[in-house]
Design a protein around this ligand. Sequence first.
Ligand code: NAP
Length: 541
Amino acid sequence: MARFATNVPPTDPIFDAARSSLVPAPIDHEAIVVGAGFGGLGAAIELKRLGIDDLVILERASGVGGTWHANRYPGVAVDIASATYSFSFEPNPDWTRIYAPGSELKAYAEHVADKYDLARHVQLDVEVLGAAWDDIHQRWAVELADGPTLTARYLVVATGILSQPRKPAIPGIDDFAGKVLYTSSWPESDRLTAERVAVIGTGATAVQVVPELAAHAASVAVFQRTPIWVTPKPDLPIPRPVREVFRRVPATQRAARYANAAFIEYIGLGLVAFERAPWILESLETVSKAHLRLQVRDRATREALTPDYNFFCKRPTFSNSYYKAFNHDHVDLVAAPIDHIDSCAVITEDGKRREIDTLVLATGFHLQEEGNFPAFPVRGRDGVELGARWREHGYESYEGITVNGYPNLFCLTSPFSFTGLSFFYQAESQMAHMARVITELRRRHSVTFEVKPHAQNRFVKQMDAKVEHSLWAHGDCASANSYYFNADGATRLGRLEPTVIVKWRSTHFPLADYRFETVTDPAVRQAARADAPPIPAAAKR
Ligand code: NAP
């Protein structure tokens, strides 16, 4: 059954000639959202606010919450204060700590799904294999691993960047005969009590898991390739009376939200305006070094834990217990590179062999160059796969959410999607952008939207220009081994603008940056897109 009006005259004169050939195509759903993390839930809330009730949210996992559903390792907690790390329109007065544990984030995701009537739209344990734009029928076809191909007018890709765990390419790793645990698929409440454990990786995840393992395991060897900047975490329980005040007077929690947001925005300013104000990040290096000095007794260990790159070249983190863990006799920091792993030990290049029972892989996730951007193949109007196009022809998007050549697609994990502050500021800006595009599309009685190529080029140039004044151009980042940088040194993952500007742009970007089309003869549509340069054939698969 057709789900959109065909009897409304197009307002754009381009389509007048083709009015007689209006051909509505049937669709299974008006919108498909892939991913039920907070990005996908936020997008679905926005679509429903726009009156789009015919939507499905496809989720690979067995529950909602994305990273907070998957990550159950000991010590998992948010490292952005919870008053800020939540939807502004859905404050949660029940956080028990300033930095809530992961289980509370998971419960918050379920609460959001219930309250905003999303649960009935969510299909769990559904894996998407790929999506392709059907330009004849102007709809997306979404292929599932187990089930019929679904069609929809709009596709929202909300798979996040931290969804595909990365197995390190260490020789012999597959020969290891003991237990291997990825931090992102940790067995419920397993603390590896009395086991000899090796942790590979020292990113934000390892910083949370190492102190917990140190408290329970027989021994912990932490294999570090690149040290991480760690500052103190002002984490305290939120007493019941304070929670009651947050509940009764929501303005108090909003004040906490904005105070914390202002602080994070200030740190972000240090990144964006490093050329002019290097002292912002330098002061955080000083704080972090003092924290290390106060917490770790052994000088050699302190030196090994000290990064030799600037703060924020790589994502820093916050912890009051990570550094202290290295004071225990049974916890070893191993800075020597790993040579190989055999059936029962990790062997470093200095010839030392450490026998272990369990290997913990805190080695991060597949990102840009590794085929997880987006998380499954997405073919656009010319059959070009989006990930291949980005990898081979540069990481480009418009406002971190749409891409020329991919009509009716909101890709929430695009180049420049990632803004500072908490993830929720990014999610809400993207929700506002979606609302503005869809509202305009309806006002024009159109069926598709697509960002114009010159608008995308203009945006990318603006973003590249901002790097010129930032830490990433002026700081010492060579040894950081940071996922903020592509293999070619480009920094197109994050958006170097204050979050308030990103938010303002989401409601003020020029609508003329989009082309809105109505169902017409495909040849007429092609002629109307004469300004669109062809996508390089090499990127076509
Ligand atoms: P990550 O930051 O990518 O860290 C991976 C670690 O594994 C790095 O120390 C890396 O070393 C190491 N590694 C990877 N391959 C290796 C190899 N072959 N040999 C030796 N070491 C290897 O991953 P993550 O710690 O899971 O954190 C990912 C992101 O999740 C964070 O950046 C953050 O955005 C997010 N996170 C957020 C929270 C929160 O509370 N909000 C908590 C945890 C994580 P190199 O540094 O040398 O590459």
